[in-house]
Design a protein around this ligand. Structure first.
Ligand code: G3P
Length: 218
């Protein structure tokens, strides 16, 4: 399972990259705004900065909601760096845009997926990734993890190449459950990724090992 970081925070991206486990980055307009990145040129520069730090695919989202606008924006984003993946919302014109980019060999990530039918449509249109949102489904009392398992199952039935990129991942348990369900990729904030490292018995055990070593060498 690939690990992407879901942020526009350059320090967090650097930290995950330095760990040596980072496979890519996802962003969205809300994450860019959270870092105070506004204005067309600044946003493009920020994507370039992210591509310079991180190895692997970097999802950059279009703002347009019409086919022509998405194509224009997506082509400009794709021209920024070879690792850019054009992120397209799950709407009718988005399907046309996914088809357009897939026929040109430009990678895409279809975002805001909340049911299996949407995931099937995005795959039919040739999306490289689909992003089902786990946390936001959990928020409204639907089990987001059921959706991940359902999409994985459907894609396996037909040998569909579109990768299931589990998004809106909020904690380390979500990551473990995604691995059980067979997601191809998770994208998560740094806190959820580093949360995987933690166990109190690890801390207690290490403290004991170091204390015993110190006793034996004093
Ligand atoms: O990857 C999508 C993600 O950024 C949304 O997360 O926590 O706002 O639902 P969240």
């Amino acid at each position: 399972m690939k690990f992407f970081i879901d942020t526009a925070n350059l320090q967090h991206i650097r930290e995950a990259q330095d760990l040596g486990i980072l496979d890519g980055v996802t962003t969205n307009p809300s994450l860019m705004a959270k870092e105070g990145i506004t204005g067309h040129d600044n946003i493009l520069k920020h994507y370039q900065a992210i591509c310079e730090i991180a190895d692997g695919d970097v999802s950059a989202e279009v703002i347009s909601t019409d086919f022509e606008g998405m194509v224009r924006e997506g082509e400009a984003l794709a021209a920024l760096h070879e690792n850019i993946v054009v992120k397209i919302p799950m709407i009718k014109d988005g399907i046309k845009a996914l088809k357009h980019f897939s026929s040109k060999g430009i990678k895409t990530n279809c975002t805001l997926i909340f049911n299996a039918g949407q995931a099937l449509m995005a795959a039919k249109a040739g999306a490289t990734y689909v992003s089902p949102f786990i946390g936001r489904l959990d928020d409204i009392s639907f089990d987001g993890m059921d959706l991940i398992a359902q999409i994985v199952h459907i894609y396996q039935n037909y040998g569909i190449k579109t990768q299931v990129l589990a998004a809106s991942v909020r904690n380390n348990l979500h990551i473990v459950k995604c691995a059980e369900a067979g997601a191809d990729v998770i994208t998560a904030p740094l806190s959820a990724i580093t949360g995987l490292l933690k166990h109190p018995l690890t801390d207690i055990g290490l403290a004991q090992f170091l204390a015993d070593h110190a006793k034996g060498n004093s």
